[in-house]
Write a new protein. Sequence first.
Length: 119
Amino acid sequence: MLEELLYLSTLFDLYGPLLTEKQQECLRLHLFEDFSLAETGETLGISRQAVYDNVHRAEKAMKAYEEKLGLAKRYQQERQQLLEIAGQIEGLRQPGCEAAVDDILKRLAPLMGRGGQEA
């Protein structure tokens, strides 16, 4: 369940703007704010069934976009490659080269989703 939520979250980040406003709101409230279908419907002024339909259609649309475009898969692959490169660079540490290695790892950190954290 958590894995599916993380997957949908990634898809929403990438493809959310391609959904209708109603689908975006239903997904945001139901999946990410943990509202029930009834609570989501009440908040948006629509029926529980309409919420279910919007969530279902939105998930189906995002999965179809991913199947065609593969952005989430590509993002995951690139992130994995960057982590491997960072690990290899870390293995190159030698006396006198620490500053250069630290600089390279700092530059890679934002690309790996680590912000300004140390690698």
